[in-house]
Design a protein around this ligand. Structure first.
Ligand code: UD1
Length: 363
């Protein structure tokens, strides 16, 4: 059997590291890797391949940044060519980016079954680009691998039950595997930070950073955390956020925080483990903070990881100073960490097992 696996953006590299490795180790199928090129800077792409030991992609589509239509169209036509050439038995896609939807659409039109890892996540607003990508990808997938039972229930509510399985989260697998390589103390020392005495922040969502009022509100909130709680806030700066801060004349606010260039997996996880708490609008980091035993103020109107907000571990907040301060005050209080929410650390093996049980894999 041959499976083409498609990645393009940071969160997908992290997931491919585990699934691709397990497919090769278990000799499950011939694994062909395609990089769409949606993320292309060294510290947005190459660093993940190096740190996580992901082999060089077999194909690179070079789609780059652009409007949603341009990115999706470039990945769609690029993937059609690859699928016609490789003639795989299935296409594997991850998460909810434009790369995910484009790959799934190219495959399904060629009658290539689609395997969707991280299926069944749903969040409001329904118009959010990632939500559109998630819903449409699930609709046309033959295999839907969910991180928790919530994903299965969300899909069942939409009438999707065939091909659905709960596998656990490959990001938890990766956390367990890479934990021995995290270096919280050394990483803090290199950044002149003290373990347990700083907050780690990330922000990059288009709806948060593309509007001057919300970008200002978030930066004021992070400054408020520094002033009210007397701890520095470290903000690795996503290229989108840096560009918008320049356009909106918000660089003076940025200069009052501790900023650095985007960082790779090992550094971000070392800092997460060393932090007092996390403030982020990243879907991945809010879950990784939980794996590291850190609570997270989630700067989003809703989250797909409701298990973590329902139990109060993570707290949603709006992109404004007071809301961020209130959330920070809540997550600074102790709470017992819920366990086992996203599997047992063997999600990659479960995904491979689920795919191999499918009729197309046995043919
Ligand atoms: C995508 C995903 C989003 C995910 C994000 C992770 C969609 C619809 N969205 O957003 O869910 O959370 O990736 O970061 O697919 N840029 C660079 N260098 C790069 C990559 C981007 O400079 O290597 C700049 C671009 O010029 C652009 C901005 O960053 O200004 C866009 O980056 P980001 O928001 O991450 O990428 P998307 O592909 O839009």
């Amino acid at each position: 059997m041959k499976v083409v696996s498609l990645v393009g953006a940071r969160p997908q590299f992290v997931k491919e590291a585990l699934v691709g490795e397990a497919a090769r180790r278990l000799n499950a199928w011939q694994h062909v890797l395609v990089h769409s090129g949606q993320h292309y800077d060294g510290n947005m792409s190459d660093i993940f391949f190096q740190e996580l030991g992901i082999p060089r992609p077999d194909h690179h589509l070079g789609i780059g940044s652009g409007s949603h239509a341009r990115m999706t169209a470039a990945a769609l036509t690029g993937m059609e060519d690859i699928l016609l050439k490789e003639k795989p038995d299935a296409l594997l896609v991850y998460g909810d980016t434009n790369t995910t939807l484009a790959g799934a659409l190219a495959a399904v039109k060629l009658h290539v079954p689609v395997i969707h890892v991280e299926a069944g996540i749903r969040m409001l607003p329904k118009t959010m680009p990632e939500e559109i990508n998630r819903v449409l990808t699930d609709r046309i997938s033959a295999v839907m691998c969910c991180c928790s039972d919530l994903g299965r229930r969300n899909l069942a509510a939409e009438g999707l039950t065939d091909g659905v399985c709960v596998t656990g989260d490959v990001m938890y697998d990766l956390f367990l595997r890479m934990r021995p390589r995290f270096t919280p103390e050394e990483t803090c020392a290199a950044m002149s930070l003290h373990p347990g005495e700083f907050a780690l922040a990330t922000l990059h969502r288009d709806y948060n950073v593309d509007a001057p009022a919300s970008l200002r509100g978030m930066l004021e909130g992070l400054m408020g955390v520094q002033e009210e709680y007397g701890i520095p806030v470290l903000l690795p700066l996503h290229p989108r956020t840096r560009k918008r801060a320049q356009e909106f004349d918000l660089v003076p606010l940025l200069e009052r925080l501790r900023t650095c260039d985007p960082i790779g997996y090992l550094e971000v996880m070392s800092l997460t483990c060393a932090s007092r708490f996390v403030i982020s609008d990243s879907g991945g980091l809010q879950k990784e903070a939980y794996y590291a035993g850190r609570r997270c103020a989630v700067m989003m109107p809703d989250t797909g990881w409701r298990e973590l907000t329902d139990c109060g571990w993570n707290v949603l907040c709006a992109p404004e100073r007071e809301s961020i301060l209130q959330a920070a005050s809540r997550i600074m209080t102790p709470l017992a960490c819920p366990e086992g929410t996203y599997g047992d650390g063997k999600a990659a093996e479960s995904i491979i097992g689920a795919v191999r049980r499918m009729p197309f894999a046995r043919a």
